[in-house]
Structures are given as structure tokens and as C-alpha cells.
Design a binder for this molecule. Sequence first.
Ligand SMILES: N=c1c2ncn([C@@H]3O[C@H](COP(=O)(O)OP(=O)(O)OP(=O)(O)O)[C@@H](O)[C@H]3O)c2ncn1[C@@H]1O[C@H](COP(=O)(O)O)[C@@H](O)[C@H]1O
Length: 125
Amino acid sequence: MRQKVKAYPSAAARAGGQMSEFTLDDLERIVAERAGATDGSSYTASLVARGVAKAAQKLGEEAVETVIAAVSGDKEGVITESADLLYHLLVVWKISGVELSAVLAELERRTVQSGLAEKAGRTAS
Ligand SMILES: N=c1c2ncn([C@@H]3O[C@H](COP(=O)(O)OP(=O)(O)OP(=O)(O)O)[C@@H](O)[C@H]3O)c2ncn1[C@@H]1O[C@H](COP(=O)(O)O)[C@@H](O)[C@H]1O
């Protein structure tokens, strides 16, 4: 979990209804670039070097921290823990050879029906 720096405005306040131009494509590119760093300056490279089990463990921890923040009604925490969660998810994808475009294609494929319709079809078969 990242330390929260109280001198700065909260993530929710910083967002302030404005759209960020930063995308998951940008983060995927950064993770790919940093994964190969060999000078000891990159957390991403150190996580990739420790392998998928460690990266997946970190992903699980960040998921639990996001859940705790949500259940606690901590909006600031949901934002910061979700950022940790998405970053670690992209590191797991990188190690696993999965690209954001493949996940988006799967999400797009699912837009043809509602989640409830998909669930009903699954339980009927
Ligand atoms: N978005 C992130 C990001 N979110 C979280 N983290 C790091 O994830 C780590 C998780 O911290 P924890 O306290 O949970 O774990 P820890 O005890 O420090 O580490 P472990 O020994 O458990 O692995 C911290 O070091 C955070 O800084 C991130 N590290 C990197 N990025 C992005 O990746 C870019 C490249 O970073 P480097 O690879 O470090 O250059 C950065 O500029 C950011 O854009």
C-alpha cells in the first residue's frame, strides 16, 4: 500500500470531475518499458524478476485492500487502492503475456448480452 501524503489534495479532490488523459494503454507501455530495466531503479522490473506467483500475490493483496476501502466507505482509499490494483494487474498481464487489447476484446465480445442473460444461459446448460 502506498503511503498517503496528507500535504497534497486527496485523489478524489484531484480528480475533481476532470477527465485525465492518462490511459491504461499508457500504463501498459510504461510497465513494458520498465520491466526490462536492469539498473535496480525499477519496482516493476523487481516484481517481474520475482515471477508470476509473487506478482499475483501482490495483485490479490491490492484487491483485498480495495475491497476493504469500498466496504469501509473510504472513497479516497478506493481510488488509491484501485490504482495499486490496476498497476499490479498490468504487471501480472505482462508476465503472463496477456495484452490489454485482448482483455478489451473479451469485454467487447460480452457487450452483446447482459450479465444476467449470460448467467441464465450458463445455468440452463
Ligand atoms: N503505478 C505504479 C505503482 N503503483 C504501486 N506501485 C508500487 O507497488 C509497491 C507496493 O508496495 P507495498 O507496500 O504493497 O509492497 P512492498 O512491501 O513495498 O513490496 P513487496 O516486497 O511486497 O513487493 C510500492 O513500491 C509502490 O510504489 C507502483 N509502482 C509503479 N507504478 C507505475 O510504474 C511506473 C514505473 O515504476 P518503476 O518500475 O518503479 O520505475 C511508475 O512511474 C508508475 O507509473
